[in-house]
Design a protein. Structure first.
Length: 95
């Protein structure tokens, strides 16, 4: 069965216009998605067990300035190790 992972992004004290999310699965880039500044999570679907997943989140302000990217790495399984506090995996579940 396929897995999906929900990734949460940190809150910011600065106004954010967008969050740019890049996802790699087993070193294959799945693309970049621009989320609205008020969106704080992203769902990665169609994962197989034991795939390596890398996620970066870059915050963009209203002037188009990008902040440093936050990065998260995890292996898609039914259970996962704790992540850094800024970008976290909220859940991984079978779909």
């Amino acid at each position: 069965m396929a897995l999906k992972a929900t990734v949460n992004f940190s809150e910011s004290n600065e106004p954010i216009a967008a969050v740019l999310v890049n996802v790699w699965v087993d070193q294959v880039h799945r693309g970049e998605v621009a989320l609205g500044g008020d969106v704080r999570s992203y769902v990665i679907e169609n994962l197989n067990h034991n795939q390596n997943v890398w996620v970066t989140a870059t915050y963009v302000d209203a002037a188009g300035n990008r902040s440093a990217s936050e990065r998260l790495e995890f292996v898609a399984t039914d259970s996962f190790a704790p992540a850094p506090p800024t970008v976290t995996v909220a859940s991984v579940e079978q779909v």
